[in-house]
Structures are given as structure tokens and as C-alpha cells.
Design a protein around this ligand. Structure first.
Ligand code: HAM
Length: 437
């Protein structure tokens, strides 16, 4: 993970730096992103999810309505701007409302349902930067629109679980809860508020405010004093209506049949307004079984699409936090795969040789042989030193004389032996030599 100061929130005032909580993805970290995208793409495509890339900027109203006005994201964390034309746009803080919009706007409602989509890309939240919490981070996101069946949320959990396993991340636990639907949640909220009001003076200031606007969020407050109060609160799982109860029971049965490790967490409510019924998080555990941060979060949201149209479209999905997955991979020494190392170095002297080398690079590229060079250097000894450092097996040398005779010297870097070949034979010759290694 990037270790620059802007990740930790420190910022020197006299220097131009990346914005706080945002960072450069350096060359050494690129293989992690590629690996997560590649693994996610392969597994989710296999399960019928098609890739979709929505715009990074969307109308602010989309998130105000979709993510929800009482969420911290909309209240405090959105990067919003006014365009020159006067439109109010927001850098997406998550994918879900964008995909609900795309589903409606692109007429996907007339396709065979469910419509299953995956996306990968940056999201933006103006949060307090700290370990595992950035202002620009990446999500691998899955959504399925058009099915109310419990098997669909189980499929989403299963696909995420399989992606994490394929990345080598073991010791995972799925935390689950059901927060019911608008039929049962209303009555439950009344009960909860009645209980919390009795304990209001002991709640943190945020929860005192939440008590009025979004009492459910108090259930997952991280403050110790609120946690103590929540321990005695009525649990939503005991107040589900029959349909929600049966739906959740089916989800658990399917998870049992798949042999997935899960635990029920009655305090899991998630911080977004649109959820109904099943909510889940996938969490990595350490050696001692202690739960580390959440790698994936999601759930069912049967009423979101209705906020944008009159159509009722049940849906569910989830998103994996790519930087959190990378952090675990690094901590557990899970290598994202070798970046191929060049085995050949191309050294040249003079302009004619440099141009010939550039053309030759393309022939090597087409033949699938990785070649390093340092076109910027003029001295042959400096170039060969470079080749030594890279531990290549062969160096190809084109001096001024070789360039005029259309020849190349092949130098075996292990025994120092040199042979000359015609330029148009060098790729074939190297192929043969590398095969023998
Ligand atoms: P979320 O829980 O807000 O859900 O984010 C999903 C994941 O993104 C988290 O589990 C975490 O790994 C990562 N994440 C969240 N905030 C940060 C941050 N500030 N820095 C680094 N990583 C972070 C959603 O975004 C929902 N849209 C998921 C969903 C899709 N639900 C239904 N469909």
C-alpha cells in the first residue's frame, strides 16, 4: 500500500502533493490492482455478470436520493461541484445508485432478469484519512437487478467469497443480518427508539442525533458507551415479518449447503439507506480469530430503483474495497504474480543503431520476448552494466559498424562469448537460445 505522507493525512503546506487521502498507485502496486481486477473479472463473468463502466461524475441528486440523505456519505463525504452550465455533479462515492440509473436509462428492464453486472474503478469519499480509509479508493462491485429470490444474494456472497479465496485470502467470515422490509422495519424502529430514548443521556452525540433521523445506525456505532446500550436493545431479527423471516431462513440454508462460514451479527445494519432484508460483510480474521476490517459489504435493496421510477425492481449487490484487499494480501505475503523479467538487453551506439533497435524491439514484442534497453545512454560500458544489474541472459549490441552492415552482436552474459548474426535472424536465434535455457 502506498506509504506516502498523504495516506496518513500529513501534508506539508509548501509543497504540491496529491490531495489528502488520495495517492499515486506506484508501479510496484500495479500488479495487485491487475490481479484483483483479473480474478474478479474471470470469476464474476463465469457466473454471468457483465462488465459496465458508469461515469465517475453523476448528478448529485442521484446520490442524495439513492445513497440516502441521512447517510454520512451524503451528509458529509461527497465531492460535489457545480459545472459551468450550472449542473450539480458529484464524484461517485459508490457504484450502486449509478447502476440503478444505468439499468433504467438503458432499458435493461426489458432484458431477461436478473441483469447481473460488475464494475471496477475509483470512488470518492471525503472521510478522515486513516489506515484502510482513504478519500479515493477502488471498489470491485457486483449488482443483480430484477430478482427477489434469496439465491441471488447468496450467489453474490459466493462470488465475492470465491474471488477472495482465489486471491489466496483464507480465514474469512461472512457476517450477516436481516433488516427486514418497510413492512416490519417501521414497527421495529418504534420499539428501538422507545428503548434508546430511555438511555439517551448515555449515547454519544452522533447517536443522539441519529436517534431522530436514523435510529437503526445506532446499532453499529463503534463507541464503547453506545455498544453497551445496544447490547440490551431489541433485535430486528426477532421482529421480522413472515416473508422477511422466510427469506432470511432460505439465505442461511443456502449458505449452509455451500459450506460457507458465516455468523449472525444482529448489530450489522450497514451505513447506506437503501438496504432491505439481507445485509452482509465479508471480514478477514487474524490468526487468533480476531476480526479485521470489512473487505466486502453489500446486501439486498428492493426499494432503490423505485426511487427513480415508478417501477419496482428488487435488487442486491456488494462491493469489495480493493485497497483493503491489497493490504491483507501484503500482510500475508500473497504475491500478485511475478511481473515478467526481461532476459535480453539491447545495447546500441549511435543514432542509426538506436533507430534500428527501436524497430527491433517491436519484432521482439511480437515474438513475445521481453527486452530491456537504455536508449538514453551512449556509453556501451554503462549499458552493459545496466544489463548486468538486470541479470539478463543475453545482450544484443548494435554499434555503428554493425548498424551499417545490418549485423548484431549477441553476447552471452554468463560466459562473455560473442557471436554476430544478421539483424533479420536475431529474433529467431534468441528464441532458440532462450528455449535451451
Ligand atoms: P460500503 O460498505 O460503503 O458499501 O463499501 C464497500 C467496501 O468498500 C467496504 O467493505 C470497504 O472494504 C471499502 N471501503 C469503504 N470505504 C472505504 C474507504 N474510505 N477507504 C477504503 N476502502 C473503503 C458500498 O459501497 C455499497 N455500494 C455496496 C453495495 C453494492 N451494496 C449493494 N450493492
Amino acid at each position: 500500500m502506498p506509504a506516502s505522507d498523504n495516506m496518513t493525512g500529513k501534508q506539508a503546506s509548501n509543497k504540491i502533493q496529491a490531495p489528502q487521502g488520495m495517492f499515486d498507485i506506484l508501479p510496484e502496486d500495479q500488479p495487485f490492482y491487475k490481479k484483483i481486477y483479473g480474478t474478479g473479472e474471470k470469476i464474476s463473468s463465469f457466473y454471468g455478470f457483465k462488465e459496465i463502466t458508469p461515469p465517475i461524475l453523476e448528478s448529485t441528486e442521484l446520490f442524495e436520493k439513492g445513497t440516502g440523505e441521512t447517510t454520512e456519505i451524503v451528509e458529509k463525504q461527497m465531492y460535489s461541484l457545480k459545472t459551468k452550465g450550472g449542473d450539480s455533479l458529484t464524484m461517485r462515492p459508490e457504484f450502486t445508485p449509478s447502476l440503478a440509473r444505468a439499468y433504467l436509462e438503458q432499458g435493461m428492464i426489458s432484458l431477461p432478469q436478473p441483469v447481473k453486472m460488475f464494475s471496477f474503478g475509483p470512488v470518492f469519499r471525503h472521510e478522515k484519512p486513516q489506515a484502510g480509509r482513504y478519500r479515493q479508493f477502488h471498489q470491485f462491485n457486483l449488482e443483480a437487478f430484477g430478482s427477489k429470490r434469496p439465491i441471488v444474494e447468496v450467489e453474490i456472497i459466493y462470488v465475492f467469497y470465491n474471488i477472495l479465496q482465489a486471491l489466496g485470502i483464507k480465514k474469512l467470515i461472512i457476517e450477516l443480518n436481516s433488516i427486514g422490509d418497510k413492512e416490519c422495519i417501521g414497527d421495529y424502529k418504534k420499539l428501538l427508539v422507545r428503548y434508546l430514548k430511555k438511555n439517551e443521556s448515555h449515547l454519544c452525540s452522533d447517536c443522539k442525533r441519529r436517534l431522530k433521523i436514523n435510529p437503526l445506525r445506532i446499532m453499529d456505532c463503534k463507541q464503547e458507551r453506545c455498544k453497551q446500550i445496544v447490547l440490551g436493545a431489541p433485535q430486528i431479527i426477532d421482529h421480522l415479518c413472515k416473508e422477511c423471516h422466510n427469506h432470511f431462513k432460505k439465505v442461511l440454508e443456502f449458505l449452509d449447503e455451500l459450506g460457507l462460514p458465516y455468523s449472525l451479527n444482529p448489530c450489522l445494519v450497514r451505513g447506506l439507506d437503501y438496504y432491505t432484508r439481507t445485509v452482509f460483510e465479508i471480514i478477514a480474521e487474524d490468526e487468533l480469530g480476531r476480526r479485521l476490517g470489512s473487505l466486502v459489504g453489500g446486501g439486498r435493496y428492493d426499494d432503490l430503483v423505485k426511487l427513480f421510477s415508478r417501477k419496482s425492481v428488487p435488487a442486491c449487490g456488494g462491493a469489495g474495497g480493493v485497497e483493503r484487499i491489497i493490504a491483507i494480501m501484503k500482510e500475508r505475503n500473497l504475491n500478485p504474480g511475478e511481473t515478467p523479467e526481461p532476459r535480453v538487453f539491447l545495447a546500441q551506439l549511435g543514432d542509426a543503431a538506436k533507430i534500428k533497435s527501436l524497430k527491433l524491439m517491436e519484432d521482439f514484442r511480437k515474438a513475445g520476448i521481453l527486452v530491456a534497453e537504455s536508449f538514453d545512454r551512449d556509453s556501451l560500458s554503462a549499458q552493459l552494466k545496466n544489463a548486468d544489474k538486470l541479470k539478463v541472459l543475453y545482450s544484443l549490441i548494435i554499434g555503428e559498424e554493425e548498424a551499417s552492415r545490418d549485423m548484431i552482436i549477441i553476447r552471452d552474459m554468463i560466459n562473455g562469448r560473442q557471436t554476430s548474426v544478421k539483424t533479420d535472424k536475431v529474433v529467431g536465434e534468441l528464441k532458440k537460445k532462450l528455449k535451451q535455457q
